[in-house]
Write a protein that binds this ligand. Structure first.
Ligand code: HEM
Ligand code: SF4
Ligand code: SF4
Length: 521
């Protein structure tokens, strides 16, 4: 079976543009610490700041219509050094969470990580999007200032367009005397209790099919994010408008365009148009994974005669597609691997995890415990042999093993350098590196793929790095000379960066003493 065509991300114009935009951040922070590689985790981190600052505000907040504004004024001005900063942190972390969430969603979309078996994470993300907006809007409502008044009246108009309330909601906001105390307390309850619980449950559902989700950003990003919010809080403290007065129409409002842009839009259109737009957008977003349905490559398959039930593949699968079940073939092992095709994204990482994935084995055709039907272990061995033969030439010969989602490695072939591309760098079994250097006659091996911390299949770069460092099973054998192996992670547009790395590596190999490319075990 042939591999799916045209998967190189380096050839997609939108992704090239995205990579161009993100590349400076990877250079400044390092790939592992780039904010773009941790947008989901950053969103969660900002929610932590919102939670802690929110709890502090709640200690001093008065949930009544008459006391809300004044209690916030006291927090802001009488204890600006703590309460005021907490209020600003609360507001700016909310804006930051919305920004990182929208960027996270856009990035998953642009990188195509929302279709096929990944539909679930996308689909469960859509309600989260609206939940976060409602969270922010109810937050502004609780200040009960002129902005809150504007938001409340416009929301009531919007809700009354739907035939769900027997008493029009807008009646609550006709005069200062008609503002319903119980209704206001209900809004506070929704903001303080209902929405946080809904959000926690929503994120839990959202991450159900993602194995080992990265829910914490690196410490440097946490520290940087917090300091940026703190600096903003000190420079531009969050303050209220004048207290709400339903007797007058507020004239000058400072709109938070992140959360409240919908209201000026409502002023410029109509309630019907607004609902039409919101429902239309929601339906479109929910349907996107199937527009059009993805022709997904086939799922991994298990060969029981080569599976010892070691569980490594189940531990490494980034989408939890492998379940270990009781043995069905009567062999002495307790368990065997079983793939759920509805969860498998065909990344091949499991082939890299399987101790049976060894090109040194004499079996014909070569099999392993688990492999992709369109890129079997036998295919891999054949391509490694071919690449090693092609690489032979003047100077050190290097086999460059890349992935389909990063730099197109075949463009870097030249005398002494041969390339092959895998669905994911995590598919490369450590034994195959050993094989290239011992049997294949390569002087060096380069493993390359998506930028550090940004693997298209989430964990490929991490697992292969850990296996080479002998910190994860199956480990690279101790006899393999580390000087003859380079791991170099790049954005898909960074062909020149990879080319430079290849050149420098070959030069280094050339300077090595002319001995066999291996060390005693
Ligand atoms: C409260 C807001 C959200 C939070 C906290 C959040 C958080 C996360 C986290 C932590 C991950 C796992 C990242 C990893 O370990 O690789 C993730 C994955 C994902 N998120 Fe979100 N997310 C949110 C909203 C959204 C929205 C609105 C969408 C799109 C509608 C979305 C789409 C996705 C997709 C498609 C994945 C899976 C990517 C893959 O298969 O590799 N998320 N999210
Ligand atoms: S191909 Fe990838 S997603 Fe499928 S079972 Fe293997 S590791 Fe899991
Ligand atoms: S890694 Fe290989 S041997 Fe181990 S359980 Fe998976 S298929 Fe079986």
């Amino acid at each position: 079976m042939s591999p799916p065509p045209g998967r190189y991300h380096g050839s997609n114009a939108v992704l090239r543009l995205l990579a161009r935009f993100e590349r400076p951040f990877s250079s400044w922070f390092g790939g592992d610490n780039s904010p773009f590689h941790h947008l989901g985790a950053l969103t969660i981190y900002f929610f932590w700041i919102i939670l802690v600052s929110g709890i502090y505000l709640f200690l001093f907040y008065d949930t009544s219509v008459s006391g809300a504004w004044l209690s916030l004024e006291k927090i802001t001005h009488e204890q600006w050094y703590l309460g005021g900063i907490m209020r600003s942190l609360h507001r700016y972390a909310s804006d930051a969470a919305l920004i990182t969430m929208i960027l996270h969603m856009s990035r998953e979309f642009l990188r195509g990580r929302y279709r096929g078996v990944r539909w679930y994470s996308w689909f469960t993300g859509v309600p989260l999007l609206w939940l976060v907006f409602i969270f922010g809007i109810t937050g502004y409502w609780m200040v009960w200032d002129e902005l809150a008044q504007y938001v409340a009246v416009a929301t009531a108009r919007l809700m009354d367009w739907l035939p769900i309330f027997s008493d029009p909601m807008v009646r609550n906001f006709l005069t200062n005397d008609t503002v319903n105390e119980r209704f206001f307390t209900l809004m506070a309850f929704i903001h303080l209790v209902g929405l946080p619980i809904g959000l926690v449950l929503g994120v839990w559902f959202h991450l159900l099919r993602v194995r080992l989700p990265r829910i914490n950003p690196p410490r440097t990003l946490m520290a940087g994010g917090f300091l940026a919010l703190l600096a903003l809080s000190l420079a531009v403290p969050a303050v209220s408008h004048l207290p709400a007065d339903l007797g007058i129409v507020p004239m000058e409002l400072r709109i938070d365009w992140f959360y409240l842009a919908i209201y000026p839009l409502l002023d410029a259109s109509s309630e019907g148009a607004m609902w039409g737009g919101l429902w239309g957008l929601s339906i479109l977003l929910c349907a996107l994974p199937w527009l059009p349905p993805l022709q997904h490559p086939p799922a991994a398959i298990v060969h029981l005669p080569d599976c010892t039930g070691c569980e490594f593949c189940a531990e490494d699968c980034p989408y939890g597609a492998i379940e270990m079940v009781p043995r069905t073939d009567g062999r002495r092992f307790a368990l065997e691997a079983k793939v759920d095709p509805a969860l498998c994204v065909s990344c091949g990482i499991c082939t890299g995890s399987c101790p049976s994935s060894s090109p040194f084995r004499k079996q014909q055709p070569l099999r392993t415990g688990i492999e992709l039907p369109y890129f079997t272990m036998d295919d891999l061995k054949r391509r490694l042999d071919l690449a090693a033969r092609r690489a032979a030439g003047p100077g050190p010969c290097v086999v460059l093993v890349g992935c389909d989602y990063s730099v197109p490695v075949d463009t870097l072939e030249e005398a002494g350098v041969a390339a092959l591309s895998l669905p994911c760098a995590g598919m490369m079994p450590p034994a195959a590196i050993d094989y290239l250097l011992r049997n294949g006659g390569a002087d060096g091996v380069i493993l390359t793929g998506c930028d550090a911390g940004d693997c298209h299949f989430r964990h490929g770069d991490r697992w292969v790095t850990d296996r080479v460092a002998r910190e994860r099973m199956p480990k690279l054998r101790g006899r393999v000379s580390r000087e003859r192996l380079l791991m170099s992670w790049h954005k898909p547009i960074d062909t020149s960066g990879l080319k430079t790395a290849v050149g420098a590596f070959r030069k280094r190999l050339d300077e090595l003493p002319d001995n066999a490319p291996e060390q005693p075990s």
